[in-house]
Design a protein around this ligand. Structure first.
Ligand code: SF4
Length: 289
């Protein structure tokens, strides 16, 4: 019997064909909200190195308000620059200051915490292993603070790292808890001394747990968020291991055939997906598009 528990449900409405259930703890996390608020508080034009968050719809809105994404600080000569929620490497901050750009730091405090732990492990002589996406700005910012970091994301990569006297492990804040546990299990084989810091943030854990709990009780999961958002992709992967799952960015991508014979549909969104986009998706499903 399909019976979502109250803790998994934020809103639930009867649709003409599909009942839609929104996961608790979906959408914008604390760090992303804070970064956007800081950017909006700046009344004049402000630059971000790369998009402020991984969501093309929000980026388009922010651009209209004077918050402009650039690829490199070489693209500007003066002005204000905001450090995004996932942080930045120290070398870029130094270069920005040398150019006398005004730097506003919107690095999420949880990301700062990982940076500090990694830095201190490295200082204490640990071989630092970062579990995360090597090309993600958050991981680049953490790695920059560490001597010879090892960055791995998949459990299959662990066997090749070699043996070390002592290993210190941190995780990108939005990694999946299951993957992290598997990696730690394997990493233990590579050193007698291993110091583990589970730096996956609470917002991510709650988001993942709520989505998984909901996925067990529905016939289809719709995960809403940017295709370039790592945490949304991981959320979709976690759900797809439980039930049929579709990852979309906006309501316009919904397809009628997905909903045939699907009595209950679960909806969740990544940490950088604004509520209004999630609610548009829900409304569309409820109205049969
Ligand atoms: S996912 Fe967590 S660590 Fe990352 S920005 Fe959001 S609150 Fe901060």
């Amino acid at each position: 019997m399909i019976n979502p528990t109250p803790s998994q449900i934020n809103t639930a409405k009867q649709a003409p064909h599909n009942k839609v259930v929104l996961a608790k703890n979906s959408g914008f996390c604390f760090g992303v909200k804070r970064a956007i608020e800081l950017a909006l508080k700046t009344k004049e034009k402000v630059y971000t190195l790369g998009p402020l968050i991984h969501n093309p719809q929000v980026i388009a809105q922010l651009e209209q308000k004077g918050i402009v994404a650039i690829d490199s600080i070489d693209d500007i000569e003066r002005g204000k620059i905001i450090i995004r929620a996932h942080g930045i490497s120290r070398s870029v901050i130094t270069r920005a200051k040398k150019k006398e750009l005004l730097v506003i730091d919107a690095t999420c405090p949880f990301v700062k915490n990982v940076q500090q732990i990694a830095e201190s492990l490295s200082r204490d002589g640990y071989q630092v292993v970062i579990i995360g996406e090597a090309n993600h700005p958050e991981v680049i910012g953490i790695a920059d603070r560490v001597r010879n970091p090892i960055i791995i994301e998949d459990v299959s990569e662990v066997s090749g790292i070699g043996q070390f006297e002592k290993i210190g492990v941190v995780a990108q804040t939005t990694q999946s808890v299951e993957n992290y546990k598997k990696m730690i299990h394997e990493l233990r084989k590579h050193s007698k001394k291993i110091k583990i810091s589970n730096t996956i943030c609470n917002a991510t854990k709650k988001n993942q747990n709520a989505a998984k709990g909901l996925a067990k009780n529905v016939n289809l999961m719709i995960v809403v968020g940017g295709y370039n958002s790592g945490n949304t992709r991981r959320l979709a992967k976690l759900c797809s291991e439980i039930v049929e799952t579709k990852h979309i960015e906006v309501a316009e991508e919904l397809k009628k055939k997905w909903f045939e014979k699907k009595k209950i549909v679960g909806v969740t969104g990544g940490a950088s997906t604004p509520d209004w986009i999630i609610h548009e998706v829900i409304k569309s499903i409820e109205n049969g598009f």
